[in-house]
Design a protein around this ligand. Structure first.
Ligand SMILES: NC(=O)c1ccc[n+]([C@@H]2O[C@H](COP(=O)([O-])OP(=O)(O)OC[C@H]3O[C@@H](n4cnc5c(N)ncnc54)[C@H](O)[C@@H]3O)[C@@H](O)[C@H]2O)c1
Length: 361
């Protein structure tokens, strides 16, 4: 348990920055002292709601504030610049996913933090969702036996003109990018999770991802893990859903639809996101945001009880893990090296499609 509050600064108060703020509100171990955002109106509104010191220029915030850690929640293309400035100011960093838009940028961030002797934590936020954490514990306890297959898909939308494209501010034209629920911006969560759930590493990949600014197509990624398991991701938000009336469930946590719309706890969700894990003794259906978990084996299907805070409480748990490391010397929960490893798998998928071959990591 941290003996004092972790003093946090946030850079970037867009969609996810606001979720971070909400997650740390009234927390006994975390205090958001200051935050920086380019949009003056948004900055002022959030500063009065959450009572932090507002800055238009994050470098001024770094110069004037005494912070334990800076959370980098800016557009992906700026993660490197902001992280390296934080390192030079001697601040520990928690960086949002994907860690950077390129492997070279991620390596430069890691090197700058190592040189400045500050920690660079990575937002592997899904690991802190109760249904995901419980699924991992069940897998480790042998509930599904040997893991054979892990899969997730986000397919639907309202036609090609309504894709939820992240834009050039995140993914510059001509670089890997695409939709908010596409391979780069969302699949990166699952690449990290599949290794974490199965306790193995990716050996080879084949896939196809969208390029920012180019015509979009169906995205997919096949990951062969060293332990023999297969990971499969499939994304397309420029079509229509195939769900039938009545299909779905009541979300037991905060959730987001394919278009990025917020679904409050208790609301009906027609197509809630879910992760499937199949083993030789059982299978798991993980509703990561809807906060429900089901186990099926030879005895049938049953719902598994969950502990911990549903979304956005997983952001709280993630920052509490950073506080435990920085204030109490606990082991680092999620490191930049894990963010880099996920990015290397993602970029290998792009290479595999360019070269029309399976790529080894
Ligand atoms: N962990 C998760 O579950 C999760 C969920 C959503 C998004 N994300 C990640 O969070 C990051 C931000 O995503 P988003 O959806 O909030 O994007 P967004 O575009 O809504 O917000 C980004 C914000 O950063 C601000 N910004 C950019 N440069 C800045 C600078 N130099 N100084 C101060 N502010 C600056 C922009 O003004 C904008 O408000 C991305 O890396 C994204 O992939 C993570």
């Amino acid at each position: 348990m941290a003996s004092r509050k972790l003093k946090v600064g946030i850079v970037g108060l867009g969609g996810v920055g606001a979720v971070h703020l909400e997650a740390y509100r009234d927390n006994p171990r975390i205090e958001v002292v200051a935050a920086a955002e380019l949009d003056e109106k948004r900055l002022a509104t959030l500063a009065s709601a959450h009572r932090f010191k507002p800055y238009g220029d994050f470098r001024r915030m770094l110069a004037e504030e005494t912070l334990d850690l800076v959370c980098v929640a800016t557009t992906v293309a700026t993660h490197e610049e902001v992280t390296i400035a934080c390192a030079k100011a001697g601040r520990h960093v928690l960086c949002e996913k994907p860690i950077a838009g390129s492997i070279d940028a991620a390596k430069r961030m890691i090197a700058a933090c190592a040189e400045a002797k500050v920690k660079l934590f990575y937002c592997a936020t899904y690991r802190f969702l109760p249904a995901v954490a419980k699924a991992r514990a069940l897998i480790q306890a042998g509930a599904v036996g040997r893991v054979l297959l892990m899969r997730e898909q986000e397919v639907g939308g309202a036609g090609p003109e309504n894709r939820h494209i992240m834009g050039f501010a995140h993914y510059p034209k001509g670089t890997p990018g695409g939709s908010g629920f596409g391979l780069v911006d969302h699949g990166i969560h699952l690449i990290d999770l599949f290794g974490w759930l199965s306790g193995s590493e990716v050996e080879t990949v084949f896939g196809r991802g969208n390029i920012s600014g180019d015509a979009a197509s169906v995205e997919y990624l096949l990951m062969n893990f060293r332990n023999g398991a297969l990971g499969h991701l499939l994304y397309e938000d420029g079509t229509f859903p195939t769900g039938l009336p009545g299909e779905g469930l009541f979300s037991w946590g905060s959730a987001w639809t394919l278009s990025g719309a917020y679904v409050p706890p208790g609301a009906w969700q027609a197509a809630p996101g879910s992760i499937h894990v199949h083993g030789d003794k059982g299978a798991l259906r993980i509703f990561h945001y809807a906060n429900q978990l089901f186990l099926t084996d030879k005895d049938g299907t049953r719902q598994v009880a969950l502990e911990g805070r549903h979304a956005p409480g997983h952001f709280t748990a993630q920052m509490e893990a950073c506080a435990a490391t920085l204030l109490n010397g606990a082991a680092t929960a999620t490191s930049a090296e894990e963010g880099l490893a996920a990015l290397e798998v993602l970029m290998a998928a792009y290479r595999s499609f360019e070269e029309r071959r399976v790529v080894a990591l």
